[in-house]
Design a protein around this ligand. Structure first.
Ligand code: AMP
Ligand code: MG
Length: 488
């Protein structure tokens, strides 16, 4: 297969990577091919056996130049100066049908210069989780990296037990991260830092090139995209799980699906990741953590903003970081208005939205179903919402405020219900269904549950008859003990 690869990252940032080769898999099998994404990338159609070789590391696509990218990162608050792609390889960049440059990278293809004590490998389960969660996010309208392919390698990887190995091919707007800037900042390598900033600006924010203060403008633009992204996560009930600075993409895409999961019973303190013992990356902490990560990015930019006196750039950079809180709040509000079916903007909207989330918290309501039940409520079917929110007095209070805000000139009930259904999904990747799908694939090589789940998740806003179980939360005793693990 010939992909018209470009290598702008490798060429323009010579100190930001190390060359590496993928390991040869012993018996590559294509588990999943994302035909829709392949079409977006303009990739030619080839047979499955060829795809299995090309996207498992057995054979490199023509024009690929595999490199492991360097980066640093704050992991759970502690700084690791040298992380980098320990099990990923960028093959190159391709221009998609929309004229956008996209990275194509392998994940799980073996050791690199950055592997430290890791084996550079990945298992089938976690790679399918990344596929499923990424496709779900995409269908929900949340910016995300995506899986082009998942291949089983035929090799065993050893975690707490032996598992079948896999390689995932990831497509991303780029893999530039907060941690990429930290890598050069820590080393005091201003020259490379400057090149990296230039590269990031040209690749993701070219309209800023003419600004008087391009690096402050770059920081502000990255903050804006993160504010929008985080508001989308929060409204969807998405918990990333490892919001380390190396897992925050400067493109504004969701990246690195490790121990992530969608929340069921709504509560700000919800944590699924087994390694997040302090709840640092709990659902309700995510916006504040995003701001913390952006402050780490801001620190790296100080010497570019004021080369002669970096400390003098602190106030201006701090203002940009402080503004993130308000930007996030505005995004949350704007997106929330749509989810509540509100037209226009009124001061009372913020309290209305806040009180709704408080109602969900107090009643431990299923996040997704409760939002969706607003559509039934609007259509004159109150039962679903009343079943989810036990405190009917509080619910009725809130509904009265909502009705008052919608106003007498509210849209016809059916129009409102339809608007609410197009803003509030019925289907998210339910944790127990994701686990069921991963177990079938991992233990029996059975991809049918994964394919069925992906099919449902592609149309999250449309009620799909015969697929009721895909909308249901796990039984409480299952949900209570749900834990996710880093796919390392
Ligand atoms: P993550 O938290 O999954 O984003 O990974 C953090 C760091 O660990 C990154 O530098 C990864 O490349 C590296 N890493 C994770 N798993 C492995 C592995 N199995 N082998 C080598 N490096 C790994
Ligand atoms: Mg990572």
């Amino acid at each position: 297969m010939r992909i018209a690869f470009q290598h702008s990252y490798a060429e323009q940032l010579p100190d930001a990577w190390a060359a590496a080769r993928p390991d040869a898999p012993s018996a590559p099998v294509l588990l999943y091919w994302n035909a829709g994404l392949a079409e977006e990338l303009g990739l030619p159609t080839v047979d499955e056996a060829t795809l299995a070789r090309l996207f498992s590391g057995a054979q490199l696509p023509d024009g690929a130049r595999p490199i492991a990218q360097a980066y640093a990162g704050h992991q759970f608050g502690g700084l690791s100066p040298s992380l980098g792609d320990g099990r990923a390889l960028l093959l190159g960049e391709a221009t998609d049908r929309f004229g956008q440059r996209r990275d194509i990278a392998l994940k799980g293809s073996g050791r690199t210069a950055f592997s430290r004590r890791g084996d550079g490998k990945a298992a089938v389960g976690p790679m399918l989780r990344e596929l499923i969660l990424g496709e779900a996010m995409q269908a929900l309208g949340i910016p995300t990296t995506r899986a082009l392919a998942v291949c089983a390698t035929g090799d065993t990887v050893y975690r707490d037990r032996p598992l079948p190995g896999a390689v995932l091919t990831r497509v991303a707007a780029s893999h530039l991260r907060v941690g990429t800037f930290q890598y050069f900042a820590i080393r005091g390598d201003r020259e490379s830092l400057r090149r990296l900033a230039d590269y990031t600006l040209q690749r993701h924010y070219p309209q800023l090139a003419e600004q008087d203060q391009p690096w402050l403008a770059l920081l502000a633009a990255i903050c804006e995209r993160q504010a929008d992204l985080l508001a989308r996560w929060m409204h969807a009930g998405f918990i990333h799980g490892v919001m380390n600075t190396d897992n925050m993409a400067l493109s504004g895409e969701t990246i690195d699906y490790g121990p992530c999961a969608f929340m069921e019973a709504h509560h700000p303190s919800t944590v699924f990741s087994s390694i997040d013992e302090q709840g640092r990356y709990a659902y309700g902490n995510q916006p504040a953590i995003a701001q913390w990560n952006l402050a780490r990015l801001a620190e790296t930019l100080l010497p570019l903003i004021q080369p002669d006196d970096p400390a003098a750039a602190v106030p201006a950079a701090s203002d940009v970081i402080d503004a993130f809180a308000e930007q996030y709040q505005q995004c949350w509000l704007t997106q929330g208005r749509r989810k509540l079916g509100l037209m226009g903007a009124e001061p009372r909207d913020e309290a209305l939205l806040y009180n709704w989330t408080a109602l969900l918290t107090d009643n431990q309501a299923d996040h997704t179903l409760a939002w969706r039940a607003l559509a039934d409520e609007a259509a004159g079917q109150p039962a679903a919402l009343r079943a989810l929110i036990a405190n009917h007095a509080a619910l009725d209070d809130w509904l009265a405020q909502w009705r008052a805000r919608l106003g007498p000139s509210a849209q016809a009930a059916t129009t409102l219900a339809e608007a609410l259904r197009s803003a509030n999904p019925l289907y998210i990747p339910r944790n127990h269904l994701v686990e069921e799908a991963l177990a079938a694939a991992s233990e029996y090589g059975d991809m049918a549950p994964t394919l069925a789940l992906l099919d449902v998740l592609r149309s999250p806003f449309d009620q799909q008859s015969g697929r009721e179980r895909y909308a249901q939360p796990a039984a409480p005793e299952v949900a209570q003990d749900y834990r996710t693990f880093c796919g390392t």
